[in-house]
Write a protein that binds this ligand. Structure first.
Ligand SMILES: *Cc1c(COP(=O)(O)O)cnc(C)c1O
Length: 392
């Protein structure tokens, strides 16, 4: 990737918007045409660029807006984590419903009205704040009731949720309960018992609501892992993030599922050196050459989001081959052993995440090597790194 002034880039990402489209079709085919999709784009779409991703999703496959993707029964909404994300999306012309998944702060209440955000509420104090603000504006505000069935982060405890929901119209007359949601704690676990228990609690609530003729427009629970593993979690809307970006929450990939990674992360060889036997490499001498070696310096480090935890256990691709990370990852450089790879030169492209030749490094693999989760790696790719998008 050469920049406009002809300089060789040091570190960048490439985002495959076509892959996002294909992943969306795959998800649509899993859940059927009727289900609504709440696509989670919080945290800058997991580092992929929230505006570009959302625009790609609402535009549909052709040049004209595709009805099947954004309106009618199978409509599309976006999930955000902070009100300022709504401001960016609205500025970019995104008119779809925006569901604020995280709790809001008191001072953010005006933003909820200004940017037409649909907040999730999971406690009486939060609902009361919104109710008063809606009353003051002479409005009825749509909200989604958040129920804690075992995630243990936010929401009305499931044992109290039915009473809370039944009293909702009396207690908060300026709010409209448009949705009900819960969130899974370990839907990616090989053991589905806890998820199933959460589903049972949630089912009990929606059945209780139905018995009182309350049918919220949106009932939703499924994150990516639940979407891929637990059909009983779909209700009438699913709420995937990670799998839209072609990444799986665990190391497993369901076979025959057309979900392709969207993001590639690349850097450059800056220097290649012959190193004699017995030399220490990088800070704190955690790696020592066992024989004559050739070590390449690469233009990315932890300031770019490449974790120090990958010191002596990461790998990169160069000249279509895999090269191990040796020594400690430093702030803006890392070192790889290219002794077994002939003809490595400065300016060679280095793949940190993605494909090169026949080789591929998945973010799931890298996360496992770093003893973290793919989410953290993706979100950790520094904001200062340029993102390049392919044409649709
Ligand atoms: C982030 C988030 C999601 C998306 O989870 P994935 O595992 O990325 O699919 C769904 N629901 C809530 C409440 C979230 O916070």
């Amino acid at each position: 990737m050469i920049s406009q002034n002809g300089a060789v880039r040091r570190v960048w990402t490439e985002i495959d918007l076509k892959a996002i489209r294909r992943n969306l079709s795959t998800i649509r085919s899993l859940v059927g045409p009727e289900a609504a999709l709440l696509i989670v784009v919080k945290s800058d779409a997991y580092g992929h660029g929230m505006v570009e991703v959302s625009r790609t999703l609402v535009r549909g496959p052709g040049p004209a807006p595709a009805a099947s993707l954004q309106s009618g029964p199978g409509e599309m909404l976006f999930g955000i984590g902070r009100p300022e994300e709504a401001a960016r999306l609205r500025e970019a012309g995104i008119a779809n419903d925006l569901i604020l998944l995280a709790p809001f702060l008191r001072n953010e209440v005006p933003d909820i009205f200004e940017h037409n955000i649909t907040p999730s509420v999971g406690d009486a104090a939060g609902a009361e704040l919104l109710n008063r603000a809606a009353m003051a504006r002479g409005k009825k505000l749509a909200v989604h009731l958040k129920v804690d069935t075992g995630m243990g982060r936010s929401g009305v405890w499931h044992e109290e949720a039915l009473d809370f929901a039944l009293e909702f119209p009396n207690n908060f007359p300026h709010l409209h309960m448009e949705g009900v949601l819960t969130h899974f704690s370990e839907a990616d676990s090989p053991d589905g018992d806890f998820t199933e228990a959460q589903v049972r609690s949630f089912n009990a609530l929606t059945a209780g609501l139905a018995a009182h003729a309350i049918k919220p427009r949106f009932i939703h629970a499924a994150n990516s892992a639940a979407l891929l593993k637990h059909r009983a979690t779909y209700f009438n809307m699913v709420r995937p993030g990670l799998c839209v970006y072609g990444v799986f929450p665990g190391i497993w990939r369901p076979p025959d599922l057309n979900l392709a990674p969207v993001l590639s992360w690349k850097a450059r060889v800056t220097l290649v050196r012959d190193v004699p036997e017995g030399r220490f490499i990088s800070y704190r001498r955690s790696f020592q050459t066992r024989g004559r070696a050739r070590i390449a310096t690469v233009s990315a480090g932890y300031a770019d989001g490449y974790p120090v935890a990958l010191s002596n256990c990461g790998r990169v691709l160069v000249r279509g081959k895999s090269a191990p990370v040796v020594g400690q990852v430093t702030m803006d450089q890392l070192l790889v052993d290219v002794t077994a790879i002939p003809d490595v030169f400065p300016e060679d492209e280095v793949v940190l995440i993605g494909k090169q030749g026949k080789e591929q490094i998945l973010v799931e693999e890298l996360a496992q090597r770093a003893r973290t989760i793919p989410y953290e790696l993706l979100c950790g790719i520094s904001k200062h790194i340029p993102r390049f998008y392919n044409e649709l």
